[in-house]
Design a binder for this molecule. Structure first.
Ligand SMILES: C[S@@+](CC[C@H](N)C(=O)[O-])C[C@H]1O[C@@H](n2cnc3c(N)ncnc32)[C@H](O)[C@@H]1O
Length: 213
């Protein structure tokens, strides 16, 4: 089913989100699958560490990862979306260990505000953004290499990047050098790629994970 054909209820049911999850169709559609967020928690979770997610949206990834960390930080530019994120994290019982920051993740001052051991960066470049005329948010993406250099300098070298499935291994390898490029398949569909940097690399090169929701 395409983005245009689907509706909020169908997304909630298909992905297995809580029935009272807050978010508009766009935010729900672009959000992570619970199965992938749970997998990530098992792979990178550590109760001694702090995790920050850049472009956290309504907090689906944070909701599932928070139980595996000492603290989580979510950053998003959109205040309305952050309000939904706050409600979702409260409902999930993890808001007490959450800090939410409203701001542009491409601003040096925002990056310098974040103190975390691991950063997830969800690249805001996804087909529904165009359908919803959210192109103004995505056309400003800085060159990946520059942003990752700043995250390493100001925050941590241990980074996970979520990328649309179309973005190639060669592109990331060329921009970032040592990487693990994990292709994520959910219900037999290539859903996204997860690029691991620093200590989060288990095996350099292309790897695969197959999940079902
Ligand atoms: C990339 S997705 C997030 C999906 C979410 N991380 C998840 O895993 O469920 C879109 C989000 O990026 C945010 N965004 C886009 N550009 C941004 C920017 N420059 N700074 C901060 N947030 C931004 C949007 O407001 C939107 O909520």
């Amino acid at each position: 089913m395409t983005y245009e054909e689907t509706n909020i209820q169908a997304i909630i049911e298909r992905r297995g989100y809580r029935s009272n999850i807050k978010g508009d169709k766009f935010s729900l559609y672009i959000s992570n699958y619970p199965s992938n967020a749970k997998y990530l928690k098992s792979r990178i979770g550590n109760p001694k560490l702090v995790l920050a997610e850049l472009c956290c949206s309504i907090g689906i990834t944070l909701e599932y990862l928070a139980p595996g960390f000492k603290k989580v930080i979510g950053v998003d530019i959109d205040n309305k979306i952050l309000e939904a994120c706050k409600t979702n994290l409260k409902e999930a019982g993890v808001f007490y260990k959450t800090e939410l920051i409203q701001g542009d993740v491409y601003s040096d001052n925002i990056l310098k505000e974040i103190e975390a051991d691991i950063v997830i960066y969800d690249i805001p470049y996804w087909y529904p953004h165009t359908q919803e005329n959210k192109g103004d948010l995505v056309t400003k993406n800085p060159p990946l290499k520059d942003l990752i250099r700043k995250i390493k300098e100001y925050i941590t070298p241990n980074i996970v990047i979520f990328s649309p499935p179309e973005w190639s291994y060669e592109y990331f390898k060329n921009e970032l050098e040592n990487i693990e490029f994990e292709k994520v398949f959910i219900n037999q569909k290539h859903n996204r790629n997860q690029v691991y940097l620093g200590d989060l690399i288990i095996e350099e090169g292309i790897t695969e994970i197959i999940l079902n929701d």
